[in-house]
Ligand binder design. Structure first.
Ligand code: MLT
Length: 263
């Protein structure tokens, strides 16, 4: 499905009924990341999964994609669908950074937060330099070079060794990112604010779902989120790296199901 949002065309998935559960993918991914949740959770919630601008089937818009810009897109997306009731927002990695921005701007629109494979801290100086290098590499060698560089660390070593079909699936999802999308993300990621001060202000029920073997955002970051967000719950997803919802959908969906039932 497609809808006009903030002057561009956004692609999205909308399936199931009930409490809206809004899934936000990471960099450089798209809504197909959430297929196991669309299949496994549509009996308890209305699953909404947009492609962020420049990703998947959404329009590629040039420019820097700040986390605030993405948050504004998501609020406009909910408006366009006529959704006024509070939603549960689930953000993975960059999607988690967007979730913090969304919380700061639109807390009243939230019934709960699910933060997976993400962190509150901003980029270190080294990470910022890495974003510039990645942007130069993307301009010079194309999107595929970025994807091949990320893939070995994206999934858990066990997944890489024993489940080549999942590696192929992750690659197939990521190749649907435009160059504008990659460059827009990298610019926004580099400039994103520190969300550490936001954590104690979060007043909605929050579930934190790290992948046990995440090499991109180590599990310690998830413990720091739990320490910072009052009353938050943390469930470690075993046999998973940076994409826990895809690598272990059974454990991931079970944790989300329990969280929704307890709301
Ligand atoms: C992501 O998965 O969204 C990225 O790894 C986030 C990041 O690079 O900080």
């Amino acid at each position: 499905m497609h809808i006009r949002v903030q002057g561009y065309t956004m692609a999205y998935t909308d399936t199931g009924q009930g409490l809206p559960l809004l899934f936000i993918h990471g960099y450089p991914l798209n809504r197909r990341l959430w297929e196991p949740q669309a299949e496994g959770l549509a009996d308890i919630a209305r699953i909404l999964a947009p492609d962020l601008r420049g990703h998947g089937d959404s329009q590629a818009v040039p420019g820097s994609y700040s986390m605030d810009l993405f948050a504004g897109d998501l609020s406009a997306f909910l408006d366009a669908l006529g959704i006024t009731q509070p939603v549960v927002l689930c953000g993975l990695s960059m999607g988690g950074y967007v979730a913090f921005a969304f919380y700061r701007k639109y807390a009243v629109r939230l019934a709960g937060l699910i933060l997976t494979a993400t962190r509150a801290a901003p980029d270190s100086p080294e990470a910022r330099a890495g974003r510039d290098l990645a942007a130069a590499q993307a301009r010079e060698n194309g999107v595929a070079a970025i994807i091949e560089g990320m893939l070995p660390r994206l999934l858990s070593p066990k997944t890489v060794e024993h489940r080549p079909e999942l590696v192929a699936q992750a690659r197939a999802i990521m190749v649907h990112t435009s160059l504008e999308g990659i460059l827009g993300d990298l610019a926004g990621l580099k400039e994103r604010p520190d969300s550490t001060q936001t954590l104690p202000e979060i007043k909605v029920p929050t579930l934190i779902l790290p992948g046990e073997d995440d090499e991109i955002i180590p599990i310690q970051e998830a413990w720091a989120l739990q320490a910072g967000i009052p009353g938050s719950r943390l469930v470690v997803i075993p046999n998973a790296g940076h994409l826990p919802n895809l690598e272990n959908p059974q454990a991931f969906n079970q944790a989300v199901r329990q969280f929704i039932e307890d709301l």
